[in-house]
Design a binder for this molecule. Structure first.
Ligand SMILES: *Cc1c(COP(=O)(O)O)cnc(C)c1O
Length: 391
């Protein structure tokens, strides 16, 4: 580990194998996975459909570059467009890159409309990635510190506050970029009419509505995309994380009228959407649809939060339990950053964001028994943590 640039302070465990919602360490000890590689392994570990598709593709063709047609990439684009109502897709390798593509697309859109120094409205608490552009869009002073100068062109407003967006009086604004539910920001859920109101504001002003569904997409919140639950459609949709179930792939999709903005030579990527990654993503889509996993996630999430609420009712130091589908936050009134380490000792993988929010983003394939086991594990951990904090 000394040979690694120490960008992560890692938990002292290494996994050698995974199956479904379980990971196994070098000693063969089992861990129930409430993290799923940070909302990436939505189908669980080693899902046979993905494993088969990847193995087969690896023996057939892995990479050719985007100098040539890539039929699997074309098929994936058609499937994602059909499912989302978008008209075109650009594939890359991560969430940050997909957001970069989205930012470049709307800047081109603005420049075509004569806006010279366009600005994109972003939210407090937002996370959009770690590249310089997406870091500037991200609202985390700690993550930004020391990396200045960051690209300009972002205008920050409070999250969930459509009035703040409506109140903007700035001719340079060309788009609004938000997460339907903030993930890294602490599983923050905006008011029910937030996306609808943003949609209306964007329509009135000729701004583009960009949704970063890198974390909320691919069934995580109980529908394939979180925006479906708001009854609106974005102009630009950003996907990654669970799209490849662990194979690196991101996508920037654009609605009709905007998909042609990035023409030949305007943007690119060597790997993006290569046959291996595209094949994995097609297997993910087939499985999500074939096994009805978004709806299963909706049911499992309700059961998980009900059991958490029951186990943590009346406990001093509890702030809120919230979520949609299998994206759940358990907010404490005290710091929770020690919990993932303690959970590890108990054979449980959890994650903490925003300092005091236990974030649970397990595989969407969780069984009823695993839901109960995850909830009971978290209840025990949180109860002991809060009792110790109060003492
Ligand atoms: C994880 C995440 C990203 C960044 O994705 P990377 O693949 O780490 O670059 C962007 N936006 C959201 C909402 C995310 O959760």
């Amino acid at each position: 580990m000394e040979a690694l640039i120490p960008t992560y302070s890692r938990l002292p465990v290494a996994f050698t194998r995974g199956e479904g919602a379980w990971l196994y360490d070098e000693q063969g000890r089992a861990y129930l996975d409430g993290v799923a590689g940070i909302a990436v392994c939505g189908l669980g570990h080693s899902h046979p459909a993905v494993a088969r598709a990847v193995a087969e593709q690896a023996q057939t063709l892995v990479h050719t570059s985007n100098l040539y047609r890539v039929p699997l990439q074309e098929r994936l684009a058609e499937r994602l467009c059909a499912a989302s109502g978008m008209a075109g897709a650009f594939f890359c390798n991560s969430g940050a890159e997909a957001n970069e593509a989205a930012i470049k697309l709307v800047r081109r859109y603005a420049s075509g409309r004569g806006i010279e120094r366009p600005r994109i409205v972003v939210a407090d608490g937002a996370f959009h990635g770690r590249t310089l552009g997406t870091l500037a869009a991200t609202a985390n002073p700690q993550a930004q510190a020391g990396f200045e100068p960051l690209p300009e062109g972002f205008l920050r407003v409070p999250y969930g506050d459509a009035d703040a967006v409506a109140g903007l009086d700035d001719d340079a604004v060309c788009a609004v970029l938000v997460e339907p539910i903030q993930g890294e920001g602490g599983v923050r859920i905006p008011p029910a009419d937030y996306l609808q109101r943003l949609r209306r504001i964007c329509d009135e002003r000729g701004w583009l509505l960009m949704l970063d569904e890198v974390q909320t997409g691919m069934g995580r919140t109980g529908t394939l995309f979180a925006f479906e639950q708001a009854g609106v459609r974005p102009d630009v949709l950003v996907l990654a994380k669970a799209l490849g179930n662990g194979l690196p792939i991101g996508a920037c999709l654009a609605a009709a009228g905007y998909a042609e903005i990035l023409g030949p030579g305007s943007h690119g990527t060597t790997y993006g959407g290569n046959p291996l990654a595209a094949r994995a993503a097609l297997a993910v889509l087939d499985t999500l649809e074939g096994e009805g996993l978004p709806a299963a996630a909706a049911r499992a999430g309700e059961a998980l939060r009900a059991r958490l609420a029951e186990g943590l009712a009346g406990v001093d130091g509890m702030a809120e339990i919230r979520g949609r589908g299998l994206m759940t936050g358990v907010e404490l009134t005290v710091d929770a950053s020690a919990l993932p380490r303690q959970a590890l000792d108990e054979g449980l993988l959890i994650n903490v964001t925003a300092g005091n929010v236990v974030r649970l983003v397990p595989p969407l394939t969780l069984s009823d028994g695993e839901v109960e086991q995850l909830a009971d594990g978290v209840v025990g951990l949180v109860r002991r943590h809060l009792a110790a904090a109060a003492a």
